[in-house]
Design a protein around this ligand. Structure first.
Ligand code: SF4
Length: 537
């Protein structure tokens, strides 16, 4: 009876389902959007009774997390929105979640919402904590027990200071928020350039510098660990940020990793740097490093990595309901922000791997079996076009099986011997965000082909950040290799965090041209080929 009723309603309302519209040549994903570039939809995506209900429950959960953040300290949250331009951009979070999971159904949607809820939960907890303890907003009980970390430093080692709290400095004001709102970082980039800085640097580094000059970093802690990761542009921006932190009375300590990979000398050097950073924190906060506390959280990280290795096996099959932005955004947050500190993420991993194992047993066909190409996405991605993988699947049936960032540090950390744990953590740091591939030397860049083969991909899409000097140097070599090895290969031009240089529409055009001219294929959803979203979040 229940099935009959659901099927009756599904049939009645299918004209609002963009996937059904595209399948029947009556419209598609863009049909429900206003035609003015604003990215505002006239109504929510109808996915059939069961999926729409499941999606609505997940939406309510997100509302709950956001409400809880405000309820914990409404005054500081309001002050934060008043004080920080970037806080306003987080208001686009609901539109963001809808956008990145557009077209998802069934098990893809299940995992997407499990991941989406976990991401919103951790971000609201961390934003709430930062605002509550921000000296500028009055401070809180943890204000002097917080450590600022450059966001590219893997924070696992700070678990050895269980009475302190380490927060990545740039993640909220500049990095993650660019995923949510493409129009925020151009403001900070303009601030940096109007200060007289060169406009041809990586826009991520430029935006971070702009946040510093605009005095838009929250103020907490006694110490900030700056770093040279992942590249020379980051070294430069660290210098500007350090000056600003010092002006706020926060000491800075340059945490300088070896820029060599997989060498004993480099690993020895990074291990000693790590040891000295720990000693510096002990000195500034007058606390002793607790190895057992580190080992506890390292076990979480090892568990995460064990599951990750199993996921990679499943990604190699055609049955994975986890891919695209659903995979990479969760991995980025879990690795760079959580990094073993929060057991809740281990529970999420257990739940998701359970769904994936079942999908393999059932020989499940993700995306209703419409995938035509399996692609590996290489190089630093456009932060302002987070939903690119979703678009690629919905428009052309290109499933982004894995993203370069998702291959971050996956070596196990020793949980008994402090010396070995330090060595493992140093190795772990070599595979930080962007670090090992974009600037990690030829062997690391060249690993793309091994990855693409291992995951049974027929296509490699190489993100081409026009200001990433490291990757710009290897264009011709990559093209030659792709031709020799027989991969479909295309460069995706973008300007990382500046949506004005190469707007989303132009990024899509690079794929459209390749698919139509080189491959001679027809789109799955014609409404997605050419549309304007320049004004959207
Ligand atoms: S995209 Fe390239 S230039 Fe920019 S931070 Fe990453 S490695 Fe450095």
């Amino acid at each position: 009876m229940k099935e009959k009723l659901i099927s009756f309603i599904d049939k009645k309302l299918q004209r609002f389902d963009p996937v059904w519209l595209a399948e029947n040549g009556l419209g598609g994903q863009r049909t429900r959007y206003r035609d003015d570039g604003s990215g505002i939809a006239r109504y929510r995506e109808w996915r059939g009774v069961e999926d729409t209900f499941q999606d609505y429950v997940a939406w309510l959960k997100n509302v709950g997390y956001m409400g809880a953040m405000v309820a914990r300290d409404p005054v500081k949250v309001m002050k934060g929105i008043w004080e920080y331009r970037w806080m306003g951009s987080f208001l686009g979070s609901f539109a963001f979640v809808d956008r990145i999971y557009e077209g998802y159904r069934g098990r893809e949607l299940d995992i997407a919402n499990i991941h989406g809820n976990a991401i919103v939960r951790i971000l609201t907890l961390r934003i709430g904590l930062i605002l509550h303890n921000d000296k500028r907003l009055g401070g809180g009980e943890m204000t002097d027990k917080m450590i600022g970390l450059d966001e590219t430093i893997p924070p696992l080692f700070t678990a050895g200071f269980p009475t302190l709290n380490a927060e990545p400095m740039q993640t909220m004001p500049e990095f993650v928020v660019c995923d949510v709102d493409q129009h925020l970082d151009p403001y900070y980039i303009d601030v940096a350039e109007s200060y007289g800085l060169a406009p041809d640097v990586c826009s991520r580094c430029s935006a971070e510098t702009g946040v510093a000059i605009d005095d838009a970093f929250p103020v907490f802690g006694k110490l900030v660990l700056s770093t040279n990761q992942p590249c020379n542009a980051s070294e430069a921006t660290s210098m500007f940020q350090r000056r600003r932190f010092r002006q706020k009375g926060i000491e800075d300590y340059p945490f300088v990793f070896a820029m060599q990979h997989n060498t004993k000398n480099g690993n020895d050097y990074s291990r000693e740097e790590l040891r000295q950073a720990i000693e510096k924190i002990e000195e500034v906060y007058n606390v002793k490093y607790d190895w057992n506390a580190l080992f506890e959280k390292a076990k979480n990280m090892n568990h995460q990595n064990q599951i990750e290795l199993e996921k990679w096996e499943i990604f190699a099959t055609p049955f994975s309901p986890l891919s695209g932005i659903n995979e990479s955004l969760y991995k980025l947050v879990e690795w760079a922000l959580v990094n073993g500190h929060d057991e809740y993420f281990n529970e999420i991993d257990d739940k998701v791997i359970g769904i994936m194992r079942q999908a393999v047993r059932d020989q499940y066909q993700p995306y209703k079996g419409k995938t035509r190409h399996r692609a590996f996405l290489w190089g630093p991605s456009a932060m302002y076009y987070t939903d690119f993988p979703t678009w690629a699947q919905n428009c052309w049936g290109i499933d982004i099986v894995l993203n370069m960032d998702s291959t971050m540090g996956h070596n196990m950390i020793n949980t008994e011997d402090p010396e070995q744990a330090l060595t493992d953590l140093a190795k772990f740091s070599e595979k930080g965000v962007m670090r090992h591939h974009a600037v990690g030397g030829w062997d690391n860049v060249n690993a793309v082909w091994e990855w693409a083969n291992r995951l049974n991909c027929d296509m490699v899409i190489c993100n081409d950040n026009v200001a990433c000097k490291g990757m710009n140097g290897v264009h011709a070599l990559l093209e030659e290799q792709a031709a020799d090895l027989g991969f479909d290969f295309l460069f995706l031009p973008h300007d990382l965090e500046d949506c004005r240089t190469i707007p989303r529409k132009e990024i899509r055009k690079a794929v459209n041209d390749y698919m139509m001219i080189v491959k001679g294929e027809e789109p799955l959803d014609a409404t997605l080929v050419d549309f304007d979203d320049a004004e959207a979040w």
